[in-house]
Design a protein around this ligand. Structure first.
Ligand code: ADP
Length: 367
Protein backbone atom coordinates (compact mmCIF):
# COMPACT_ATOMS: atom_id res chain seq x y z
CA UNK A 1 0.00 0.00 0.00
CA UNK A 2 1.34 3.44 -0.90
CA UNK A 3 1.91 5.57 2.15
CA UNK A 4 0.91 9.20 2.34
CA UNK A 5 0.63 11.64 5.28
CA UNK A 6 -3.19 11.61 5.43
CA UNK A 7 -3.10 7.87 6.21
CA UNK A 8 -0.70 8.46 9.08
CA UNK A 9 -2.85 11.29 10.44
CA UNK A 10 -5.95 9.09 10.22
CA UNK A 11 -4.21 6.37 12.19
CA UNK A 12 -3.03 8.87 14.81
CA UNK A 13 -6.59 10.14 15.27
CA UNK A 14 -7.01 6.96 17.34
CA UNK A 15 -4.36 7.94 19.86
CA UNK A 16 -5.91 9.81 22.75
CA UNK A 17 -3.93 12.02 25.05
CA UNK A 18 -4.67 10.62 28.53
CA UNK A 19 -7.26 12.48 30.52
CA UNK A 20 -8.50 14.72 27.72
CA UNK A 21 -10.52 12.38 25.54
CA UNK A 22 -8.96 14.16 22.55
CA UNK A 23 -6.61 12.69 20.00
CA UNK A 24 -3.02 13.89 19.75
CA UNK A 25 -3.88 15.18 16.26
CA UNK A 26 -6.79 17.23 17.55
CA UNK A 27 -4.54 18.65 20.23
CA UNK A 28 -2.07 19.87 17.63
CA UNK A 29 0.71 17.68 18.97
CA UNK A 30 1.62 15.96 15.70
CA UNK A 31 4.05 17.82 13.42
CA UNK A 32 2.82 18.74 9.96
CA UNK A 33 5.94 17.53 8.17
CA UNK A 34 5.36 13.81 8.14
CA UNK A 35 8.25 12.30 6.22
CA UNK A 36 7.77 9.13 4.22
CA UNK A 37 10.63 7.36 2.48
CA UNK A 38 9.64 3.96 1.13
CA UNK A 39 8.20 2.18 4.14
CA UNK A 40 9.91 4.41 6.67
CA UNK A 41 7.69 6.96 8.37
CA UNK A 42 8.97 9.68 10.69
CA UNK A 43 7.42 12.70 12.33
CA UNK A 44 7.53 14.49 15.65
CA UNK A 45 5.11 14.78 18.53
CA UNK A 46 5.30 17.81 20.80
CA UNK A 47 4.52 17.90 24.47
CA UNK A 48 3.84 21.01 26.48
CA UNK A 49 5.85 19.98 29.51
CA UNK A 50 9.38 18.63 29.21
CA UNK A 51 8.61 16.13 31.99
CA UNK A 52 5.21 15.07 30.67
CA UNK A 53 4.49 11.71 32.35
CA UNK A 54 2.72 10.41 29.22
CA UNK A 55 5.55 10.83 26.70
CA UNK A 56 6.44 7.14 26.57
CA UNK A 57 2.90 5.82 26.53
CA UNK A 58 1.80 8.27 23.84
CA UNK A 59 4.75 7.41 21.59
CA UNK A 60 4.09 3.71 22.10
CA UNK A 61 0.39 4.16 21.34
CA UNK A 62 1.26 6.13 18.19
CA UNK A 63 3.56 3.34 16.97
CA UNK A 64 0.92 0.71 17.69
CA UNK A 65 -1.80 2.73 15.93
CA UNK A 66 0.30 3.03 12.78
CA UNK A 67 1.17 -0.66 12.76
CA UNK A 68 -2.45 -1.63 13.43
CA UNK A 69 -4.22 0.69 11.03
CA UNK A 70 -1.66 0.83 8.23
CA UNK A 71 0.34 -2.33 8.30
CA UNK A 72 2.95 -4.37 10.13
CA UNK A 73 5.60 -3.58 7.53
CA UNK A 74 5.71 0.15 8.24
CA UNK A 75 9.03 1.16 9.76
CA UNK A 76 8.04 3.41 12.62
CA UNK A 77 9.78 2.18 15.78
CA UNK A 78 12.31 4.76 16.92
CA UNK A 79 11.27 7.22 14.24
CA UNK A 80 8.98 9.36 16.35
CA UNK A 81 10.85 12.39 17.57
CA UNK A 82 9.67 13.86 20.85
CA UNK A 83 9.66 17.64 21.07
CA UNK A 84 9.01 19.22 24.41
CA UNK A 85 8.02 22.74 23.69
CA UNK A 86 4.90 24.73 24.23
CA UNK A 87 2.16 23.53 21.89
CA UNK A 88 0.46 26.45 20.26
CA UNK A 89 -3.19 25.62 20.78
CA UNK A 90 -5.71 27.24 18.52
CA UNK A 91 -7.35 30.07 20.51
CA UNK A 92 -10.97 29.43 21.47
CA UNK A 93 -13.19 31.09 18.93
CA UNK A 94 -13.80 34.71 19.88
CA UNK A 95 -16.77 36.83 19.01
CA UNK A 96 -17.21 39.50 16.33
CA UNK A 97 -15.32 37.92 13.43
CA UNK A 98 -16.52 40.74 11.15
CA UNK A 99 -14.73 43.34 13.23
CA UNK A 100 -11.20 44.19 12.15
CA UNK A 101 -9.86 46.01 15.22
CA UNK A 102 -11.14 45.97 18.78
CA UNK A 103 -9.82 48.78 20.97
CA UNK A 104 -10.35 48.90 24.74
CA UNK A 105 -10.37 52.45 26.12
CA UNK A 106 -9.65 52.59 29.81
CA UNK A 107 -8.40 54.78 32.63
CA UNK A 108 -6.99 54.17 36.06
CA UNK A 109 -9.22 56.76 37.69
CA UNK A 110 -12.76 57.98 37.07
CA UNK A 111 -13.40 61.48 35.78
CA UNK A 112 -10.24 61.85 33.72
CA UNK A 113 -12.20 62.05 30.47
CA UNK A 114 -12.17 58.42 29.33
CA UNK A 115 -15.71 58.58 27.93
CA UNK A 116 -15.07 61.98 26.34
CA UNK A 117 -12.00 60.54 24.60
CA UNK A 118 -13.87 57.34 23.58
CA UNK A 119 -16.77 59.32 22.10
CA UNK A 120 -14.57 61.78 20.22
CA UNK A 121 -12.19 59.09 19.04
CA UNK A 122 -15.12 57.09 17.66
CA UNK A 123 -16.51 60.15 15.87
CA UNK A 124 -13.05 61.10 14.55
CA UNK A 125 -12.55 57.58 13.12
CA UNK A 126 -15.98 57.80 11.46
CA UNK A 127 -15.07 61.25 10.08
CA UNK A 128 -11.99 59.64 8.55
CA UNK A 129 -14.25 57.22 6.70
CA UNK A 130 -14.02 54.10 8.84
CA UNK A 131 -16.90 51.90 9.97
CA UNK A 132 -17.04 52.37 13.71
CA UNK A 133 -18.87 50.83 16.68
CA UNK A 134 -18.73 51.99 20.28
CA UNK A 135 -19.77 49.90 23.27
CA UNK A 136 -20.26 51.80 26.49
CA UNK A 137 -19.17 49.23 29.07
CA UNK A 138 -18.84 51.77 31.88
CA UNK A 139 -21.48 50.23 34.10
CA UNK A 140 -20.85 52.72 36.90
CA UNK A 141 -21.64 55.79 34.86
CA UNK A 142 -22.73 55.12 31.30
CA UNK A 143 -22.33 58.57 29.73
CA UNK A 144 -22.06 57.65 26.05
CA UNK A 145 -25.83 57.94 25.33
CA UNK A 146 -25.74 61.57 26.46
CA UNK A 147 -22.56 62.34 24.54
CA UNK A 148 -24.20 60.99 21.34
CA UNK A 149 -27.54 62.68 21.93
CA UNK A 150 -29.12 59.24 22.22
CA UNK A 151 -30.51 59.47 25.74
CA UNK A 152 -34.04 58.69 24.65
CA UNK A 153 -33.02 55.77 22.47
CA UNK A 154 -34.33 52.30 23.23
CA UNK A 155 -32.71 49.78 20.89
CA UNK A 156 -35.02 47.25 19.27
CA UNK A 157 -34.59 43.59 18.48
CA UNK A 158 -34.66 42.23 14.98
CA UNK A 159 -34.82 38.63 13.93
CA UNK A 160 -31.82 37.94 11.73
CA UNK A 161 -31.30 34.41 10.41
CA UNK A 162 -33.43 32.99 13.21
CA UNK A 163 -31.73 34.92 16.01
CA UNK A 164 -33.12 37.92 17.86
CA UNK A 165 -30.39 40.53 17.72
CA UNK A 166 -30.19 43.98 19.32
CA UNK A 167 -29.85 46.68 16.70
CA UNK A 168 -27.24 49.24 17.82
CA UNK A 169 -28.32 52.88 17.76
CA UNK A 170 -26.46 55.08 15.34
CA UNK A 171 -25.40 58.71 15.33
CA UNK A 172 -22.59 60.68 13.68
CA UNK A 173 -21.66 57.55 11.72
CA UNK A 174 -21.02 55.52 14.87
CA UNK A 175 -23.01 52.44 15.95
CA UNK A 176 -23.58 52.71 19.69
CA UNK A 177 -24.75 50.40 22.45
CA UNK A 178 -24.70 51.23 26.13
CA UNK A 179 -25.84 49.55 29.28
CA UNK A 180 -27.48 52.95 29.89
CA UNK A 181 -30.07 52.19 27.15
CA UNK A 182 -31.44 49.36 29.23
CA UNK A 183 -31.55 50.72 32.77
CA UNK A 184 -33.27 53.66 34.34
CA UNK A 185 -30.51 56.21 34.80
CA UNK A 186 -31.88 57.55 38.08
CA UNK A 187 -32.16 54.23 39.83
CA UNK A 188 -28.95 53.25 41.55
CA UNK A 189 -27.40 50.35 39.76
CA UNK A 190 -26.05 47.55 41.85
CA UNK A 191 -24.59 44.88 39.67
CA UNK A 192 -24.02 41.69 41.53
CA UNK A 193 -21.56 38.97 40.67
CA UNK A 194 -21.48 38.25 36.97
CA UNK A 195 -24.54 40.32 36.12
CA UNK A 196 -22.60 43.17 34.57
CA UNK A 197 -20.27 40.88 32.65
CA UNK A 198 -23.18 38.87 31.31
CA UNK A 199 -25.11 41.97 30.29
CA UNK A 200 -22.06 43.27 28.43
CA UNK A 201 -21.44 39.93 26.76
CA UNK A 202 -24.99 40.09 25.48
CA UNK A 203 -24.43 43.57 24.05
CA UNK A 204 -21.50 42.11 22.14
CA UNK A 205 -22.71 38.67 21.12
CA UNK A 206 -26.42 39.29 20.67
CA UNK A 207 -26.19 42.56 18.79
CA UNK A 208 -26.03 43.14 15.07
CA UNK A 209 -22.74 45.07 14.89
CA UNK A 210 -22.08 43.97 11.33
CA UNK A 211 -18.79 44.76 9.63
CA UNK A 212 -16.63 47.26 11.48
CA UNK A 213 -13.14 48.64 11.02
CA UNK A 214 -12.93 49.80 14.62
CA UNK A 215 -14.92 48.64 17.62
CA UNK A 216 -14.18 50.78 20.68
CA UNK A 217 -15.08 49.68 24.19
CA UNK A 218 -15.38 52.37 26.84
CA UNK A 219 -14.39 50.30 29.88
CA UNK A 220 -15.14 51.14 33.52
CA UNK A 221 -12.31 52.99 35.32
CA UNK A 222 -9.75 51.00 37.25
CA UNK A 223 -9.13 47.30 37.01
CA UNK A 224 -12.07 44.95 37.33
CA UNK A 225 -13.56 41.65 36.32
CA UNK A 226 -15.18 43.44 33.40
CA UNK A 227 -11.72 44.01 31.92
CA UNK A 228 -10.96 40.31 32.22
CA UNK A 229 -14.31 39.30 30.72
CA UNK A 230 -13.81 41.59 27.75
CA UNK A 231 -10.40 40.22 26.85
CA UNK A 232 -11.57 36.66 27.36
CA UNK A 233 -14.64 37.19 25.19
CA UNK A 234 -13.06 39.23 22.42
CA UNK A 235 -9.87 39.21 20.41
CA UNK A 236 -8.91 42.69 21.62
CA UNK A 237 -6.33 44.37 19.39
CA UNK A 238 -5.02 46.63 22.12
CA UNK A 239 -5.78 49.15 24.81
CA UNK A 240 -5.73 52.94 24.95
CA UNK A 241 -5.19 54.36 28.43
CA UNK A 242 -6.49 57.84 29.25
CA UNK A 243 -5.07 59.93 32.09
CA UNK A 244 -4.65 63.52 33.17
CA UNK A 245 -1.10 64.71 33.87
CA UNK A 246 -1.84 64.79 37.61
CA UNK A 247 0.33 62.60 39.85
CA UNK A 248 -2.61 60.69 41.43
CA UNK A 249 -4.08 59.93 38.03
CA UNK A 250 -0.70 58.84 36.67
CA UNK A 251 -0.19 56.37 39.51
CA UNK A 252 -3.49 54.69 38.59
CA UNK A 253 -2.72 54.84 34.87
CA UNK A 254 0.52 53.00 35.58
CA UNK A 255 -1.50 50.27 37.34
CA UNK A 256 -3.82 50.13 34.33
CA UNK A 257 -0.93 49.69 31.90
CA UNK A 258 0.53 46.96 34.09
CA UNK A 259 -2.81 45.18 34.18
CA UNK A 260 -3.07 45.14 30.37
CA UNK A 261 0.47 43.96 29.82
CA UNK A 262 0.33 41.50 32.75
CA UNK A 263 -0.07 37.77 32.30
CA UNK A 264 -3.78 37.59 33.12
CA UNK A 265 -4.99 40.12 30.56
CA UNK A 266 -2.00 40.24 28.23
CA UNK A 267 -2.98 42.68 25.50
CA UNK A 268 -0.74 45.37 24.05
CA UNK A 269 -1.10 48.99 25.13
CA UNK A 270 -1.42 50.95 21.90
CA UNK A 271 -0.80 54.20 23.72
CA UNK A 272 -1.52 56.75 26.36
CA UNK A 273 -3.75 59.80 25.90
CA UNK A 274 -3.07 62.85 28.05
CA UNK A 275 -6.40 64.55 28.63
CA UNK A 276 -6.75 67.96 30.24
CA UNK A 277 -3.10 68.46 29.29
CA UNK A 278 -3.41 72.25 29.66
CA UNK A 279 -6.06 74.94 29.80
CA UNK A 280 -6.30 77.64 27.17
CA UNK A 281 -8.84 80.43 27.72
CA UNK A 282 -10.76 81.45 24.59
CA UNK A 283 -9.66 85.09 24.96
CA UNK A 284 -5.95 84.20 25.27
CA UNK A 285 -5.52 81.40 22.73
CA UNK A 286 -1.70 81.50 22.90
CA UNK A 287 -1.61 80.91 26.64
CA UNK A 288 -1.35 77.44 28.13
CA UNK A 289 -1.93 76.86 31.80
CA UNK A 290 -0.80 73.51 33.10
CA UNK A 291 -3.36 73.16 35.86
CA UNK A 292 -2.88 69.43 36.39
CA UNK A 293 0.89 69.54 35.90
CA UNK A 294 2.98 69.54 32.75
CA UNK A 295 3.59 66.56 30.48
CA UNK A 296 3.01 63.93 33.18
CA UNK A 297 1.71 61.42 30.61
CA UNK A 298 4.60 62.11 28.30
CA UNK A 299 6.98 61.11 31.08
CA UNK A 300 4.88 58.07 32.02
CA UNK A 301 4.75 56.98 28.37
CA UNK A 302 8.54 57.15 28.17
CA UNK A 303 8.93 55.34 31.47
CA UNK A 304 6.54 52.52 30.50
CA UNK A 305 7.75 52.40 26.91
CA UNK A 306 4.31 53.00 25.37
CA UNK A 307 3.49 55.61 22.72
CA UNK A 308 1.93 58.93 23.71
CA UNK A 309 -0.96 59.11 21.24
CA UNK A 310 -1.98 62.69 21.92
CA UNK A 311 -2.48 65.59 24.29
CA UNK A 312 -5.97 67.03 24.57
CA UNK A 313 -6.36 70.44 26.26
CA UNK A 314 -9.08 71.23 28.75
CA UNK A 315 -11.46 73.42 26.82
CA UNK A 316 -14.99 74.53 27.61
CA UNK A 317 -16.26 73.42 24.21
CA UNK A 318 -15.19 69.82 24.88
CA UNK A 319 -17.27 69.74 28.05
CA UNK A 320 -20.19 71.44 26.30
CA UNK A 321 -19.94 69.08 23.34
CA UNK A 322 -20.27 66.17 25.76
CA UNK A 323 -23.21 67.65 27.61
CA UNK A 324 -25.01 68.73 24.43
CA UNK A 325 -24.55 65.43 22.66
CA UNK A 326 -22.40 66.93 19.89
CA UNK A 327 -18.81 65.72 20.19
CA UNK A 328 -16.26 68.36 19.14
CA UNK A 329 -14.62 65.85 16.79
CA UNK A 330 -17.55 66.52 14.41
CA UNK A 331 -15.94 69.86 13.59
CA UNK A 332 -12.63 68.98 12.00
CA UNK A 333 -11.77 72.65 11.53
CA UNK A 334 -11.85 73.52 15.21
CA UNK A 335 -8.65 73.20 17.22
CA UNK A 336 -10.30 70.66 19.52
CA UNK A 337 -11.79 68.70 16.62
CA UNK A 338 -8.36 68.61 14.99
CA UNK A 339 -6.82 67.32 18.23
CA UNK A 340 -9.13 64.29 18.18
CA UNK A 341 -8.63 63.66 14.45
CA UNK A 342 -4.86 63.72 15.06
CA UNK A 343 -5.37 61.31 17.94
CA UNK A 344 -7.38 58.96 15.70
CA UNK A 345 -4.65 59.07 13.06
CA UNK A 346 -1.99 58.22 15.63
CA UNK A 347 -4.10 55.31 16.86
CA UNK A 348 -4.57 53.99 13.31
CA UNK A 349 -0.79 54.17 12.84
CA UNK A 350 -0.23 52.08 15.95
CA UNK A 351 -2.88 49.54 14.98
CA UNK A 352 -1.48 49.21 11.46
CA UNK A 353 2.08 48.80 12.59
CA UNK A 354 0.96 46.16 15.06
CA UNK A 355 -1.06 44.27 12.46
CA UNK A 356 1.89 44.41 10.06
CA UNK A 357 4.17 43.07 12.76
CA UNK A 358 1.71 40.27 13.53
CA UNK A 359 1.50 39.38 9.84
CA UNK A 360 5.29 39.22 9.70
CA UNK A 361 5.50 36.94 12.73
CA UNK A 362 2.87 34.65 11.25
CA UNK A 363 4.81 34.33 8.03
CA UNK A 364 7.96 33.41 9.93
CA UNK A 365 6.07 30.69 11.79
CA UNK A 366 4.70 29.17 8.59
CA UNK A 367 8.19 28.85 7.03
P1 ADP B 1 -14.62 59.53 32.65
O1 ADP B 1 -15.23 58.78 31.54
O2 ADP B 1 -13.14 59.33 32.74
O3 ADP B 1 -15.31 59.37 33.95
P2 ADP B 1 -15.75 61.87 31.35
O4 ADP B 1 -15.37 61.71 29.94
O5 ADP B 1 -17.13 61.56 31.75
O6 ADP B 1 -14.73 61.09 32.29
O7 ADP B 1 -15.37 63.36 31.74
C1 ADP B 1 -15.63 63.91 33.02
C2 ADP B 1 -16.06 65.34 32.84
O8 ADP B 1 -14.97 66.12 32.34
C3 ADP B 1 -17.19 65.51 31.84
O9 ADP B 1 -18.04 66.52 32.30
C4 ADP B 1 -16.49 65.95 30.56
O10 ADP B 1 -17.31 66.76 29.74
C5 ADP B 1 -15.32 66.74 31.11
N1 ADP B 1 -14.14 66.70 30.25
C6 ADP B 1 -13.45 65.59 29.89
N2 ADP B 1 -12.41 65.93 29.10
C7 ADP B 1 -12.44 67.28 28.96
C8 ADP B 1 -11.63 68.23 28.26
N3 ADP B 1 -10.55 67.86 27.56
N4 ADP B 1 -12.00 69.53 28.32
C9 ADP B 1 -13.07 69.90 29.05
N5 ADP B 1 -13.86 69.08 29.72
C10 ADP B 1 -13.56 67.76 29.69
Amino acid sequence: MALYPKLIIDALQNVRYPGTGKSIVEMGMVSEDIRIVGNKVSFSVSFEKPNDPFVKSVVKAAETAILTYIGEDVEIKGNIEVITKQVVRPEPEKLLPQVKNIIAVSSGKGGVGKSTVSANLAVALAQLGYKVGLLDADIYGPSIPKMFNLEAARPVLENIDGRDLIIPEENYGVKVLSIGFFVDKDSALVWRGNMASNALKQLIADANWGELDYFLIDLPPGTSDIHLTMVQTLAVTGAVVVSTPQEVALADARKGINMFTGEKVNIPVLGLVENMAWFTPAELPENKYYIFGKEGCKRLAEEMNVPLLGQIPIVQSIREGGDDGKPVALNEDSITGRAFIDLAEKLIEQVNSRNKHLGATKRVQVK
